[in-house]
Design a protein around this ligand. Structure first.
Ligand SMILES: Cc1ncc(C[n+]2csc(CCOP(=O)(O)OP(=O)(O)O)c2C)c(N)n1
Ligand SMILES: [Mg+2]
Length: 368
């Protein structure tokens, strides 16, 4: 393989200062936001709120039978989603599990196209054939959307190998849940990524539950970032409810990977606000656990902190919330007005090259 342990490229990193923008919050009134651009902070608040409203509308669409199949929401993980995506360039590649609606929006896909995919319409990211778990959009760098737990990890590692092989300057981010770190492919992929010094950042969204199983019941070492040490790569744990902490940690590790520093493992700890999927009432959860999740709500807390720091006032916050609601509603209207795929196209996207829908044929057989 044409990979070496020393990828070394000129630094193309945008500095933390330039990411934070100009006109930064100053002095003691800014609290923990000192040095941050108020516009950018409001932008984070808007995007997190948009994802929340979008997911609420998705849940509603599911109960109205507008959305079929499985449907897993990012409720409670919005700070992690926005913080991670702000560390990536548009050209960087993202692989996720099935809980990816918020990532699609934060990576730059129009909310209407994301909702249309949930509604199974031709205007969706995967022309309506993928649904909730299989969004794909080359232009914005979202390379799926995977329903097999851990299925995205070897693919993301392979994409990082392709980038390295071509001496590209992109970075791959591979998102996964806490439950996924016990899949064999997790260990195989981290091992090879470290051996070959590949530009990939593995991100574990530790929402402390894999369906109904808590982390401490499924992982002998519940501090998941520590697994990085087995593969000689940096491992970090960050508060996934803190959008700035996530952004800063992810930016550091992404730029390290971009500049030849190799892979890393980032663990973002947050809470799942609702069930595993829309149809899961989460009866296995204790009242304390539900209450703890509510208290940790990243949006409510960020809103209060921004108001306290003088970055937002009540009116501006309410205006941003109205805007986010209107955008989520517009996404639903766009999806509802979009056409269903023609049934004759059902087998069009099964294989990269056309293969007749005939069980006696194999993919390598001649088509005609
Ligand atoms: C290989 C495989 N095994 C089992 C499942 C069923 N399954 C779907 S999601 C899930 C839990 C994964 O939990 P986690 O990785 O923590 O992600 P989260 O749902 O919390 O985002 C399981 C076991 C599956 N989809 N694929
Ligand atoms: Mg989980």
């Amino acid at each position: 393989m044409a990979t070496t342990a020393t990828r070394s490229k000129p630094s193309t990193r945008s500095t933390a200062k330039s990411r934070r923008g100009s006109g930064a919050v100053r002095g003691s009134g800014g609290g923990s936001f000192a040095g941050e651009s108020p516009e950018l902070l409001q932008d984070y608040f808007h995007e997190m709120t948009l994802i929340r409203r979008f997911e609420e509308r998705a849940a509603q669409g599911y109960t109205q039978a507008k959305i079929g199949g499985y449907c897993h929401l990012n409720l409670g993980e919005e700070a992690t989603v926005v913080g991670l995506m702000r560390a990536l360039r548009k050209t960087d590649l993202l692989f996720t599990n099935y809980r990816e609606h918020g990532y699609a929006i934060a990576k730059g896909i129009e909310p209407g196209r994301v909702m249309a995919e949930l509604y199974g319409r031709t205007t969706g990211t995967s022309k309506g054939w993928g649904g909730s778990m299989h969004m794909f959009d080359v232009e914005s760098g979202l390379l799926g959307g995977y329903g097999i737990v851990g299925g995205q990890i070897p693919l993301a590692t392979g994409a990082a190998l392709a980038i390295d092989y071509r001496s590209g300057d992109q970075v791959v981010m591979c998102q996964m849940g806490d439950g996924t770190t016990n899949i064999g492919a997790f260990h195989e992929s981290l091992n090879i990524a470290a051996l070959w010094n590949l530009p990939v950042v593995f991100v574990v969204i530790n929402n402390q539950l894999g369906m109904g199983t808590t982390v401490d019941k499924s992982s002998a070492e519940p501090e998941l970032f520590k697994r990085a040490s087995a593969y000689k790569m940096p491992g970090e744990r960050v508060d996934g409810n803190d959008v700035l902490a996530v952004r800063d940690a992810a930016t550091r590790l992404v730029e390290q990977a971009r500049n030849g520093g190799g892979p890393a493992l980032l663990e973002c700890v947050s809470e799942r606000l609702k069930g595993h999927s829309v149809v899961d009432p989460a009866k296995y959860r204790s009242e304390e656990s539900v209450e703890r999740a509510k208290q940790a709500d990243p949006i409510a807390n960020f809103r209060a902190q921004l108001i306290e720091a003088g970055v937002l006032d009540e009116d501006t916050a309410a205006e941003i919330e109205r805007k986010a609601q209107a955008e989520a509603d517009a996404a639903v209207a766009f999806a509802d007005d979009s056409p269903h795929p023609d049934p004759s196209t059902l087998f069009d996207y099964t294989y990269a090259t056309p293969v007749a829908n005939d069980s006696r044929r194999l993919p390598a057989d001649p088509v005609f």
